[in-house]
Ligand binder design. Structure first.
Ligand code: OAD
Length: 313
């Protein structure tokens, strides 16, 4: 099969050994569902059975000093902390979110930029968007939210971060255990030989970039209609199955995708304190034990004041 004069081997394109992106029969993102459908996605999960729909109950609390004290106390005692982050955690590093004010999807159509069909149609256009974002991320610095999450790691407190973000700001802040469930903007995948590798060049020499084998490269991220990286989702599943989580922090995400809500609620079911940090309510808010309303950097700085944290080396 040829694509703009470059040979693509369908099995590699459809089932890349490095990334295992399966175009068909993939677990679908809930992105294009309406808000109501997203709620349904959450409420219809087997994990959610027996719970009321979010609009029927609201235990969410806005930020109060009692809430803050509760979170600090639980974090002091916690041995295992799960953190689910989304675009909002990088907003204070000046990286736009997707759906909020100034968000990418406010002015752009995801179907034209974040699907394999869009890439097949116009790889240069798609790469121009990624190239722009790579530049933004390369020049960004971790903000206090990333830093405090990294500082939360301690010999007796394990912090596991599952991020939907394709940036590397958690790692650059010093976090050691981070899973990128939507891939990494620094990874590329060759559509010809299937290899997946890191390429941090900004700018890239050509758009679309090509592999040494001559194949066209695609960004190593998860697009709409594609499955999550199987290794990463299996790792998350295994972790949730076998770990007694003390605190689950959900930070800066709309939780649009059902699996984010499911993971948070699974942690909560195993008795973790479920804490949402976000300036705005989300589909998950009604299920949070504590809602700390505000910007992640500001709130986590407040949390830090109550904790004995060592600065990260
Ligand atoms: P969204 O853009 O959907 O949501 C960002 C969330 O961050 C919103 O709930 C905001 O209220 C919140 N927020 C904004 N500023 C914040 C701040 N300073 N501190 C804390 N929270 C803040 O981003 P995600 O939920 O991460 O996927 O989106 C998930 C996925 O949808 C992305 O990974 C991307 C997108 O389409 C793909 O591209 C496949």
């Amino acid at each position: 099969m040829s694509f703009k004069g470059i040979e693509i081997t369908p099995p590699l394109r459809l089932c890349n050994p490095g990334f295992q992106i399966v175009q068909r029969n993939a677990r679908r993102f809930a992105e294009f569902r309406s808000d109501r459908a997203s709620l349904f996605a959450l409420s219809s999960s087997p994990l959610r059975s027996g719970l009321q729909l979010p609009f029927m109950t609201n235990h969410a609390q806005s930020r109060s000093s009692a809430d803050l004290r509760k979170v600090i106390q639980r974090l002091r005692e916690a041995g295992k902390v799960l953190v689910l982050t989304g675009a909002g955690v990088s907003a204070e590093s000046n990286i736009p979110t997707f759906r909020g004010e100034g968000g990418w999807w406010r002015s752009r159509n995801p179907a034209e930029l974040a699907t394999f069909a869009a890439f097949e149609k116009d790889p240069k256009l798609v790469w121009e968007w990624y190239e722009y974002r790579r530049g933004l991320i390369a020049n960004a610095s971790p903000n206090p939210a990333h830093v405090v999450l990294a500082e939360l790691e301690a010999p007796d407190r394990e912090v596991f971060i599952i991020t939907q973000n394709v940036d590397d700001l958690h790692e650059r802040a010093g976090s050691h255990r981070v899973i990128h469930i939507h891939g990494s903007i620094w990874n590329v995948i060759c559509l010809k030989d299937g290899k997946s590798y890191e390429d941090r060049r900004v700018p890239l020499p050509t758009l679309p970039p090509t592999c040494a084998c001559g194949g066209i490269l695609r960004p190593g991220v998860v697009w709409f209609g594609e499955s999550l990286p199987p290794d990463a989702s299996a790792h998350v599943d295994d972790y949730l199955r076998h770990t007694h989580i003390d605190v689950a922090l959900v930070i800066g995400t709309e939780a649009t995708f059902g699996y984010i809500g499911d993971w948070a609620l699974r942690a909560n079911r195993s008795e973790a304190l479920l804490v949402e940090i976000n300036p705005n309510p989300t589909v998950l808010s009604p299920y949070a034990d504590v809602r700390l309303q505000g910007k992640a950097g500001e709130i986590l700085e407040e949390v830090k004041k109550g904790l004995p944290l060592d600065a990260h080396s």
